[in-house]
Design a protein around this ligand. Structure first.
Ligand SMILES: Nc1ncnc2c1ncn2[C@@H]1O[C@H](COP(=O)(O)OP(=O)(O)OP(=O)(O)O)[C@@H](O)[C@H]1O
Ligand SMILES: [Mg+2]
Length: 156
């Protein structure tokens, strides 16, 4: 597990950009954190790092935005989902087990559906107003990324 403390929205976005540039086909990124924890800020950075043109996306369902960047990108926000069953009805397997990158906000709501190989990022409030504590837990395929993250600094 690697912990990173972000001190501003910009820092979180930079971290996201760094992460997005390193994601590979089939990566599944689960974002877990309360309202305002920074999931969408982090996601914005990840999408930039993946090379997504935000205007080019289309909402496949209200809870899924789909982009074609250097990889297919599936950005989910399952906040309004009542149960994982609802995702099953949408045929989520095609996305979760495809060759794109999945980035899932409120991922804990569908935890039973996560692929075994995933990168879990928990976001919580820190001491200062703009502090956010991010913890990263990854599958073995993410070992190198986590190692790099341990020494990374996105403060400027
Ligand atoms: N270090 C930080 N990183 C990210 N956001 C921060 C940070 N410090 C303050 N903020 C503020 O916290 C809020 C985070 O909002 P964001 O939409 O990213 O959260 P969220 O987890 O997606 O929330 P929701 O679940 O309600 O959509 C923003 O208003 C942002 O300006
Ligand atoms: Mg959000």
């Amino acid at each position: 597990m690697v912990t990173y403390i972000s001190h501003s929205p910009e820092e979180t976005r930079r971290l996201g950009r760094w992460l997005g540039a390193r994601l590979a086909p089939g990566d599944f990124v689960a974002l877990v954190g309360d309202l305002g924890a920074g999931k969408t800020h982090l996601s914005g950075g990840v999408l930039e790092g993946l090379g997504v043109e935000r205007t080019g996306g289309s909402p496949t369902f209200t809870l899924l935005w789909e982009y074609q960047a250097r990889l297919p990108v599936y950005h989910w926000d399952v906040y309004r989902l009542c149960s994982p069953d609802d995702l099953e009805d949408l045929g989520y397997e095609e996305y979760f087990y495809g060759n794109g990158v999945n980035l899932v906000e409120w991922a804990d709501r569908v935890e039973t559906l996560w692929p075994d190989d995933h990168l879990r990022i928990d976001l919580r409030y820190g001491e200062g107003d703009e502090d956010r504590v991010l913890t990263f837990r990854g599958a073995p395929r993410h070992a190198q990324l986590l190692e790099e993250l341990q020494h990374a600094d996105f403060s400027a």
